[in-house]
Design a protein around this ligand. Structure first.
Ligand SMILES: *Cc1c(COP(=O)(O)O)cnc(C)c1O
Length: 359
């Protein structure tokens, strides 16, 4: 068995979902499980979230949703970023997110052939500049989409571009644009079961944006607020330890040279496992509750760490690349800060060959 694994704490996940429920007063939750549930394993995460009462799941692509259906997950699934796969969508009972009239027509025709009506959500671009009908298109097109014979407009949604900022000026503009569109559509007789716009940042800091349903992603996995618990730990064990004299070069490019007699441990996790090469000579791992520096370059499959100052280290010592030991803690956000990215990227980078172990 490979030494490196991701430990996924499903009770931490349930705790984080509890925070969403508390913040939103128990409204509908669409749990975002795209990208293999942000690297945590979409099937196990979805099963637990459904058991804990989420109303909806969200994936990026149809294939991700089909994989969940194949594992027996029956909850409604909204597919964010697809306009094709009409047949799979109908066959697997998925909900497409529509962002133009022509795909709505295509879905309606396909549903009509099966003598069925298909529920869809419609996306409106209120300032993200990504997918969605513009506001003026939305006013014209949504009533036309709602009039299609085999389409039920179940949801109306939009997405914030900077709800994570303390300054909510732009987020408020987006929300107001969304709400006035909703009002206008209601006047035209188009009412939906779910209006939703809130990502994690808005769940945490914009109560007025909660509406009928919220779409948390990152906060379910433990990031975005101090009251949340990180779900994923990345752990390993030492493959080899050796004593070396001062003046020993370590790793590719000889970017590190020991300044003293040292004990160097090689750990079998590298950038192919999601441990960024930007952590070369910069990262730290936890061993025996202490921080050990990553020395030399991060390799594809291994890192070298200096354990000279940590007594009692042996091959059985647990190495935490992400996680906590005693009082020490390294989070995906800490790593993101060192590598110039965000916790989302650190988590979704945990590679496919890393075993996920659920507890
Ligand atoms: C990824 C995504 C979310 C979740 O965003 P977080 O910042 O992780 O909460 C919500 N809605 C859509 C459309 C998304 O693509």
């Amino acid at each position: 068995m490979q030494k490196t694994f991701a430990e996924i704490d499903l009770n931490a996940l349930a705790h984080n979902l509890g925070v969403v429920k508390k913040k939103t007063g128990n409204i509908n939750i669409l749990a975002v499980v795209k990208a293999n549930a942000y690297g945590h394993g979409a099937v196990e995460i979805s099963q637990r979230l459904v058991r804990e009462g989420v109303s909806y799941l969200g994936t990026a692509f149809t294939g991700e949703a089909v994989a969940l259906r194949d594992e027996g997950i029956k909850a409604p699934i909204l597919v964010f970023f697809d306009r094709d796969h009409t047949e799979e969508c109908l066959h697997y009972g998925l909900t497409p997110l529509i962002f133009d009239f022509s795909s709505a027509k295509k879905f309606s025709a396909a549903a009509g052939k099966l003598k069925r009506r298909l529920s869809v959500h419609i996306k409106v671009d209120t300032g993200m500049g990504r997918l969605g009908l513009t506001l003026s298109e939305a006013r014209k097109e949504i009533p036309r989409i709602a009039a299609l014979k085999n389409i039920v407009v179940e949801g109306l949604m939009s997405h914030f571009s900077e709800a994570d900022l303390r300054d909510k000026t732009f987020a408020d503009e987006q929300l107001n644009a969304f709400l006035s569109l909703r009002k206008e559509l209601r006047r035209k007789g188009v009412t939906v079961k779910y209006s939703h716009i809130a990502n994690s940042a808005a769940v945490l800091s914009m109560p007025s944006a909660h509406l009928d349903m919220v779409r948390p992603g990152i906060m379910l996995y433990g990031y975005g607020d101090d009251g949340l618990k990180p779900v994923l730990s990345l752990k390993s064990r030492i493959l080899m330890m050796k004593k070396v004299p001062a003046g020993t070069f370590i790793g590719y490019g000889r970017t590190f040279v020991t300044k003293r007699k040292s004990i160097i441990a090689t750990v079998p996790a590298g950038y192919a496992d999601g441990y960024s090469r930007r952590l070369s000579n910069k990262g730290e791992v936890l061993i025996k509750g202490k921080r050990a520096p990553v020395i030399g370059r991060v390799c594809m499959d291994t890192i070298m760490v200096d354990v000279t100052d940590i007594p009692g280290v042996d091959l059985d010592s647990e190495v935490a690349l992400i996680g906590s030991q005693g009082k020490e803690k390294i989070t995906a956000a800490d790593i993101a800060e060192k590598t110039g990215t965000i916790a989302y990227e650190v988590l979704t980078s945990v590679g496919p060959r890393v075993r996920r172990v659920y507890k």
